[in-house]
Design a protein around this ligand. Sequence first.
Ligand SMILES: CC(=O)N[C@H]1[C@@H](OP(=O)(O)OP(=O)(O)OC[C@H]2O[C@@H](n3ccc(=O)[nH]c3=O)[C@H](O)[C@@H]2O)O[C@H](CO)[C@@H](O)[C@@H]1O
Ligand SMILES: C=C(OP(=O)(O)O)C(=O)O
Length: 434
Amino acid sequence: MASFKIEGGHLLSGTIVPQGAKNEALQVICATLLTNDEVIIRNIPDIRDVNNLIQLLKDIGVKVSKEQQGVFHFQADELNLDYLGSEEFVQKCAALRGSVLMIGPLLARMGKAVIAKPGGDKIGRRRLDTHFLGFKYLGADFRQNPKTEVYEIAAKQLVGTYMLLDEASVTGTANIIMAAVLAKGTTTIYNAACEPYIQQLCHMLNRMGANISGIGSNLITIVGVKHLHGTAHRLLPDMIEVGSFIGMAAMVGNGIRIKNVSLRNLGIIPDAFRRLGVKIIEEGDDLYIPRQEHYEVDSFIDGTIMTLADAPWPGLTPDLLSVLIVVATQARGTVLFHQKMFESRLFFVDKLIDMGAQIILCDPHRAVVVGHDRVNTLRPQRMSSPDIRAGIALLIAAMSADGVSQISNIEQIDRGYEDIEARLNALGAHIERI
Ligand SMILES: CC(=O)N[C@H]1[C@@H](OP(=O)(O)OP(=O)(O)OC[C@H]2O[C@@H](n3ccc(=O)[nH]c3=O)[C@H](O)[C@@H]2O)O[C@H](CO)[C@@H](O)[C@@H]1O
Ligand SMILES: C=C(OP(=O)(O)O)C(=O)O
C-alpha cells in the first residue's frame, strides 16, 4: 500500500490542465465493444481504473493499441467468448466498478454477459437493480448466484420498449442505452441520468450509426439499428478533477488557472464553490482562481444557513461534496452538507476533525461545518484514504496544514487522478510518494 508524505503550508500557483473524464472514459471504452470496426478515443486519462478496464478489454480479445499519450485505438472484431465465462475474468471484473459497463454492450453484441459484483469505492451500498431491471425490460433473462455474487444475463434478441427507471442511475442509464442501440424496435428511457458523461456516450454512439434522441434530457429515445461502425471520439475534461482543483486553489492557491475546463459542461459545479464564497473568474474556457485571503459562506435569501446537497444531474454531483467540505473548514460561516445519495461517504470527516476542523457529523448523511476563517489552520495527521474523493479532499487538507502529514492507501486516489503528485508539485506542492 503506497502513501503520500505531504509537507503542508506551501502556496500553489500556476496553470494546471485537467485530465480526460474518468467516468466518461469507462463508458465510451466499453462502447467500443459494440462494433467490429476500429474506434479511436482521445484524451484518455492514465489512471488505475481506466487502465484496468483497458486490460479487461484486451483479456477478452479486443485489439488495443496506443497511438500516443491518451490516444488509443480499439477494435473488438474477435472476442473470446470462452474467456468471458471464465472464473478469472469474473474475478477481474470484481476489482473494478467500471466493468459493469461491459454488460450492456456484451448483451447487445453477444447475447450474454457474466459479471461478478463489481468493486469500486467503499462509500455505502451500491445496488445495480436499475441496470438489471433495464435489461429485463429489454427482454433479457437475469440470474444471480447468491453464493458467488455472479450475475448472468442473457437474451436471444433484445426488443425495444418503454421503461421508467427506478432511479436516475448514471452507469445504469449508460448500460441500458448501450444494450438498446442494437435492439429491435424503439426503446424509451424515462428518468434517465443525463450527466455530460451520458451525453458524450450518446453523441459517440450516434456517430457510430445509432439513432438516439433526447440527449441531455431525462427522456431518451433509441431507435434500434442493425449494426454500428467505427468512429473517433474525444473525452471531455474531467469535471470532478476541475472541481477538485477549484477546491485546492481556494485552500492553498496563490493564483491558479485551470485550463480548458469545458465550462458549459461543468453545470452547477463552479456555483457550488461560489456559495462557499470562493471567487472564480471565467476567462474564455479557463477558470482563474485568485488567492482567497478570506471567503465567506453565502446564506439563503431568507437568511437561513446554507445547505449544499447532492442531486442527480444537473444537480450537484455527490463526487465533489468531500472537497467542498474541506474548503468549508476554512471559510467564514457555517454550512450544512447533505449527502443524499451515498450512505458512507461522510465518515471521512472524522479525519478532518482530528486535524482540528469544526465539523458536527449529524448522521451518516449530514455534516455541519463551522469554518475557521483561516484563524486556525488544520493540523497535520497520519491518515488513510477510504475512497477516491475523500482521498483528494484529505490531500488538499494536508497541503493546507502546517507540518507534515501522511496519507496511506493512495491507490484510491490513483484510481481517478493522473500523476497527481507530479502535477501538484509543479505548482509548488511538496508531496512525496513513499
Ligand atoms: C463510474 C461512474 O460513473 N461512477 C459514478 C456513477 O456511479 P453509479 O452509476 O454507480 O451511481 P448511481 O447513479 O447508480 O447511484 C449512485 C448512488 O446514488 C443513489 N441515487 C441515484 C440516483 C437517484 O436519483 N437517487 C439516488 O439516491 C443510488 O441509490 C446510489 O446509492 O454515478 C455516481 C452518482 O453521480 C457517482 O458518484 C460515481 O462517480
Ligand atoms: C465514486 C466514484 O467512482 P466509482 O463509481 O468508480 O466507484 C467517483 O468517481 O467518485
